[in-house]
Design a protein around this ligand. Structure first.
Ligand SMILES: CC(C)(COP(=O)(O)OP(=O)(O)OC[C@H]1O[C@@H](n2cnc3c(N)ncnc32)[C@H](O)[C@@H]1OP(=O)(O)O)[C@@H](O)C(=O)NCCC(=O)NCCS
Length: 194
């Protein structure tokens, strides 16, 4: 995927998706949104418990900027176009080795903004851009009981490739958890499969 560039900014009907700059304001905004959504996010995102002060969000941003400059990952900040309000993150991770050629998504939203189709719109927007650059395959993984995330994959017509059994341990749920793995192939590759 040598020629694939993770774009710095994308737009959809309602949203602006933008790779963040490394500023204290962005770190503060990210920390505040993370902090007020702690209960909503901690069930499915174990890293939440490690984010206890704005400095942790700043370090996340440092890493995000570095990975973006290396074209390894775009942590798109999601803003409402009409208000400029920050709603959450949709990340696109590049997997480009000798044999693996795909991009995987990870995402979360402010609790008050869930169920309005925003994440489906964000993933679709990134997807359109990546397929226009001929990325062969896109992946979403989620806990089989994470219905919000599962519905995003379903609404976007991802193919459920299988279940990764006891793929991770959830401290919060005190159990080993099964994950779905979903994929969507570039239309030209899907066609070749017949
Ligand atoms: C996953 C997440 C980003 C989905 O965001 P969203 O804005 O609700 O997604 P969308 O509205 O675009 O689409 C999801 C669909 O699932 C539905 N949905 C959302 N939460 C749901 C839930 N808890 N249970 C069942 N359905 C749910 C939505 O209503 C929507 O369906 P609809 O269009 O038929 O109404 C959001 O729920 C979230 O931030 N969850 C916590 C973090 C997380 O789990 N991240 C993913 C880790 S893999």
């Amino acid at each position: 995927m040598k020629n694939v560039i993770l774009k710095p900014k994308l737009e959809s009907e309602r949203l602006i998706l933008k790779v963040p700059e490394l500023t204290f304001e962005n770190a503060q905004m990210l920390f505040e949104t993370t902090n007020k959504n702690r209960e909503h996010l901690e069930l499915w995102l174990p890293w939440i418990s490690k984010v206890t002060e704005p400095a942790h969000s700043f370090m996340f941003l440092q890493n995000a900027v570095k990975s973006y400059l290396e074209n390894k990952k775009a942590e798109y900040f999601i803003y409402e176009k009409s208000t400029g309000d920050f709603y959450g993150i949709c990340a696109a991770h590049m997997h480009d080795t000798l044999t693996q050629k795909y991009i995987s998504f990870g995402y979360w939203l402010d609790k008050n903004k869930c169920g309005k189709g925003y994440m489906t719109e964000a993933v679709k927007t990134i997807e359109n851009d990546l397929f226009s650059q001929n990325v062969p395959k896109l992946i979403i993984r989620n806990d089989t009981k994470n219905f919000g995330s599962v519905n995003v994959a379903k609404k976007l017509n991802y193919h459920m490739d299988g279940i990764l059994r006891s793929e991770y341990y959830s401290k919060k749920l005190k159990s080993y958890r099964d994950m779905y793995i979903w994929s969507k192939l570039h239309p030209s590759i899907e066609k070749q499969r017949g």
